[in-house]
Design a protein around this ligand. Structure first.
Ligand code: SF4
Ligand code: SF4
Length: 70
């Protein structure tokens, strides 16, 4: 399974960063269309697909690659 980050939904709240057990998420310097710094992976190869970021994110930024974007 591949995870995709829908950057324009991110509000930079940091919840996913705080709760990722592998500590592989961070805020980048890049900003999205809303002006928020967006989350990114520091080392995606270390993701264990636990799903915590999916569950924590109030903006549903993380989706499985291939899922229909709305
Ligand atoms: S699936 Fe788990 S390990 Fe991977 S980025 Fe999300 S919280 Fe971190
Ligand atoms: S929890 Fe969602 S909105 Fe908050 S920083 Fe992470 S991806 Fe962005």
């Amino acid at each position: 399974m591949k995870i995709k980050i829908l950057e324009d939904r991110c509000k930079g709240c940091g919840l996913c960063i705080e709760f990722c057990p592998k500590k592989i998420l961070a805020l980048s310097d890049k900003r999205n269309l809303l002006g928020y710094k967006i989350v990114c992976w520091k080392s995606p190869e270390n993701c264990n697909h636990c799903g915590i970021c999916y569950l924590m994110c109030p903006e549903v930024v993380f989706v499985e690659d291939g899922e229909i974007e709305r």
